[in-house]
Every structure is written in C-alpha cells, then in structure tokens.
Design a protein around this ligand. Structure first.
Ligand code: PEP
Length: 267
C-alpha cells in the first residue's frame, strides 16, 4: 500500500524541483544563555558560508526567543518555538501564545511533536487548532506526525500518520494548508539513533503528500515535508536525496554546531 502511493508521487519531479530544502533544529529543553550564544553564533556564521538555497532555522525554548532575535536577526538563520497554545490569550498558566512568539519575530512553530503527544496527551484535533493559531499569528506551523514502532509493526503507519495529518488539513483552508510544513517523525527514530532507511522515509513522505493531494494537488506539490528522527551528517545526504524529502527536523544533532552544519552541508 505504502509502495503504491510512493509510486504515484514519484511521478511529480517537476513540482518537487520547485520545493526549497529546509533544515530546522529542535533544541527541545536544552540550553542556557551562554551556551546558546555560542551555538547560535556558530550556526549563523557557518550557515552563511554553506547555504545554497537551503533555508535554516532553530526552534528554541520560548524564554530564549529574545536571544534568538538578538543574535540571529539579520543572519540567514530563522528561529521559532517548539509549541504554541491553542488559545490566543487568557487564563492558561504556563502557555505561550503564537502571537507572543511572533512578537519576537519567530518564523516557525513546531506543533504536534511526538513528545507533546506522548507526555502532554496532545491529540490531533488540538494539534490542528495549534496549527491554526500559529498561522493566524503569521507563523509557519511545522506539523509533526509519526507512528510508534508498535504501530509500524502492526501495519498501521499509513493509517496513523494519515489520520494525524488529515485532522489538521480538515480545519485549514486551502490557502492555509499551502503555508504549513509537515514533518514525518517516526517515534521509534526520535532520539534513538535508529534512523528510518531512505526508502522507509520516502514511502511515508510520499503517502503524506498523496493525502495532501486529496485535498488539493497543487498545494501537496508545494508543501515541504521534512524528515525527523536521528538525522546526522552521515545519513542526511541519502535521506534528503529522496524525491519527497524536503529537509530535516533535527533534534540531538542540532545541539552541536558542527553536526547541524554538517547536515546543512549534506543537503
Ligand atoms: C526531534 O525530536 O524532532 C528529533 C528529530 O530528534 P532527534 O534528531 O534527536 O532524533
């Protein structure tokens, strides 16, 4: 099933050529002011020399948005947050509204990361609302989807990631859907050192693009789909060479400038 969908999207080389590559770091709950400064400056300096049509960004913990704005502003590296509230404002202790991130000129907002789904009980309907809030604030939501190992072993990958994506597509207009980034992040590959093979990743990306095409084919052809899950400089090239893989969402390797830049270089 996955294979046949992959075959369909392999017939879209023209559209694929239009999509720029995007490499986004997800710092998770790591960093302190001093070490962030070193990392941001090294990434900004390195990316400036490496970038050849590759967009780069780092999604930092919300308290460090001001630091990102100060140190990355004017560089080739954009910044973003790792989550946003489903609300715009109000009595929601501890939450960060998308508009607050936008105040610091954030570009991206990760929504639906598997760690939010697993540890904070976030379901796809909530993720969909968060994507809407991000878009309303002028941010680009990076909508994460991915199956667990058990779901994959039970042949449920297509159903799981398809349902996760469709929940978001359901609430977005076609114009909004054209503005999102999707990240395929198999849960079993996140932080495990176990990367999906290029073919496994490509098949999943192809099926996600096919699901998007059911809503709107031109939108599907233009939306960037990133791979995330133990991407490193030595496996990035082969993954990014796949026709439906438009870049990476990078966790652990984004915390070391040399690794993050190595991935950008591999594109
Ligand atoms: C992530 O958490 O989004 C991720 C891809 O992590 P890692 O690269 O460490 O697997």
């Amino acid at each position: 099933m996955i294979g046949s969908l992959a075959a369909t999207t392999r017939q879209m080389p023209k559209e694929q050529a239009k999509r720029a590559k995007l490499v986004v770091g997800n710092w998770k709950m790591h960093g302190r002011l001093a070490e962030n400064a070193v990392l941001m400056q090294a990434v900004a300096a390195g990316a400036a020399t490496l970038q050849k049509g590759v967009r780069t960004a780092v999604c930092v913990p919300a308290p460090y948005l001001a630091q990102a704005q100060a140190l990355l502003g004017g560089s080739v590296v954009a910044w973003g947050v790792q989550d946003v509230s489903a609300h715009t404002q109000g009595a929601y202790t501890g939450e960060v509204a998308a508009g607050m991130a936008a105040d610091f000129e954030a570009t991206f907002a990760i929504v639906g990361h598997s760690e939010r789904r697993a540890y904070h009980g976030e379901h796809s309907d909530l993720v969909a609302v968060k994507a809407q809030r991000a878009l309303e604030a002028g941010l680009t939501p990076i909508v994460c989807v991915g199956e667990t190992l058990e779901q994959r072993d039970n042949g449920l990958t297509e159903q799981v990631v398809g349902t996760q994506l469709e929940a978001v597509l359901l609430v977005l207009s076609e114009a909004q859907a054209a503005k999102i980034v999707v990240a395929y992040e198999p849960v079993w590959a996140i932080g495990t050192g176990k990367t999906a093979t290029p073919q496994i990743a490509q098949d999943a990306h192809a099926l996600l693009r096919a699901r998007m095409a059911q809503k709107n084919a031109p939108v599907a052809a233009g939306v960037q789909i990133l791979y995330g899950g133990s991407m490193k400089p030595d496996n990035a090239k082969e993954l990014m060479a796949q026709p439906d893989i438009d870049g990476g969402l990078i966790g652990g390797a984004a915390l070391k400038a040399v690794d993050f830049l190595g991935i950008i270089q591999a594109v």
